[in-house]
Write a protein that binds this ligand. Structure first.
Ligand SMILES: Nc1nc2c(c(=O)[nH]1)N[C@H]1C(S)=C(S)[C@@H](COP(=O)(O)O)O[C@H]1N2
Ligand SMILES: [Mo]
Length: 420
């Protein structure tokens, strides 16, 4: 396909086309409003608004109707084995609204009756137990904000540019405040035997999806969650109960959680031995790559969020995260990696949670090559896509945390490109 070459841009070629970038934050953003627009009697001033309780469960403004999670036709074998993507280009801050959290299902969305919900713990335990939802609500609970990223996020970009928006290149992620019971409490109640080193977490949906989790992780920070962003989990996210496995790939966060079996070895099932491991250039596979490496992306400007305001003050913004800790720092470049600038971090620096960054600058109206580069609290720095490819080849579909490049054109439009 020629498309790939079209999207490849060399820094040299880019520079030859002329670039000048203003560094300092602009002052004087004064907007000049037309007099008529503010003195005019707009319809929403002339007429009474909608009555109270018009929408007993609120929805976004009618003018935001296109901010939706969206699937990709060629990635949707059928409607029950599918993925829909978070519209990152339209969001700010760090919390993903419940209705916009990407969803990934292997057997459709189970509709589980909370009265009939049961969670079983069996295997190498002193006391096999069955919990109702009411039982779970009697354990002390915690509130923690974590990102969930599917290991396949950005996977379509391993071999080159594919998707034309941050929603699709990076939208298999959401960041939610969970309320739940530390898994440790339930395991203590059941009494894990000394030989119990692994946990099989099994879903109650038609796919019966299950994953093996090392006991160490289960005891460290996993949660049995029943609330997201304050309200009950959405059915799509595993109502009434899902497993939260902070910092680890999304596949392990079993939804509609029905059973936890304690064992002395990992369960070798299909997902772990083939599907969710990374195929390397030499034919070997990387297995047990559970922790999500540090990553970042610019959400605005991006292909679905072009620059509409012309040159002058611009707020560039994006998200960064790491499965190994927090994000103290993000760098931004406007020239494809020649000059890097430290971004302005905003909001609390939480572990295994999205962090918002900004770069406020004066756009001179020339074409730019935008990139962001995350640093995490372990000192790890997000690599380029080519660096990842030279390590792992191009056979993988998982764990692509390479630096993303957007080309901002003079007309304000943004394209997904790569620089070499
Ligand atoms: N029971 C069950 N749990 C599941 C899945 C599933 O299909 N069934 N999909 C997994 C995958 S691959 C991912 S990436 C996450 C997605 O979580 P989300 O739908 O809340 O985004 O759930 C995981 N848990
Ligand atoms: Mo996934």
């Amino acid at each position: 396909m020629t498309e790939k070459t079209d999207h490849k841009t060399t820094r040299r070629g880019f520079l030859a086309s002329g670039i000048a970038v203003g560094g300092a934050v602009a002052s004087g953003r004064a907007a000049v409003a037309g007099e008529a627009e503010i003195t005019e009697m707009q319809p929403w001033r002339r007429n009474l608004g909608d009555p109270v309780n018009n929408a007993p469960y609120g929805t976004p403004s009618q003018f935001e109707a296109d901010v939706l999670r969206r699937p990709v036709a060629w990635l949707t074998p059928d409607a029950t084995t599918a993925v829909s993507f978070t519209p990152l280009h339209a969001l700010d801050g760090t919390i993903t609204p419940n209705g916009l959290c990407f969803e990934r299902h292997h057997g459709g969305v189970a509709q589980v009756d909370p009265e009939k919900y049961r969670l079983m713990i069996n295997g190498l335990v002193d006391r096999p137990l069955i919990f109702t939802l009411q039982d779970l609500l009697r354990f002390p609970r915690e509130n923690r904000t974590y990102f969930l990223e599917c290991a396949a996020n950005s996977g379509m970009e391993w071999r080159g540019v594919q998707m034309d928006g941050v929603q699709f290149t990076h939208g298999m992620i959401h960041n939610v405040e969970y309320t739940g019971v530390p898994l440790r409490y339930l395991l203590e109640e059941a009494g894990v035997q000394t030989a119990g080193k692994w946990l099989l977490a099994e879903g109650g949906d038609a796919s019966g999806m299950s994953r093996s989790i090392p006991m160490e992780k289960a005891l460290e920070d996993c949660l049995i969650a029943f609330k997201m962003n304050g309200e009950a989990l959405r059915a799509e996210q595993g109502y009434p109960v899902r497993l939260v496995v902070p910092g680890w790939e999304g596949n392990m966060w079993v939804k509609w959680l029905r059973r936890l079996e304690v064992g002395d070895m990992p369960w070798h099932h299909r997902e772990e031995t083939s599907k969710y491991s990374d195929l390397m250039a030499d034919g070997r596979t990387r297995r047990f790559t559970w922790e999500m490496d540090a990553k970042s992306v610019i959400t605005t400007p991006s292909p679905q969020a072009p620059v509409l305001h012309g040159k002058g003050p611009m707020v560039l913004s994006g998200l960064a995260w790491s499965g190994r800790g927090s994000i103290p720092r993000v760098d931004v470049t406007l020239d494809g990696g020649i000059n890097w600038h430290q971004a302005r971090m905003d909001g609390p620096e939480l572990d295994k949670s999205l962090r918002r960054f900004y770069y406020d600058f004066n756009w001179d109206g020339t074409a730019l090559l935008l990139q962001s580069r995350a640093h995490d609290s372990t000192g790890y720095v997000q690599p380029t896509k080519d660096a990842l490819r030279s390590l792992r080849g191009v056979n993988s579909n998982y764990h692509n945390n390479g630096i993303q490049t957007w080309h901002l054109g003079k007309d304000g439009r943004v394209r997904n490109v790569e620089v070499t």
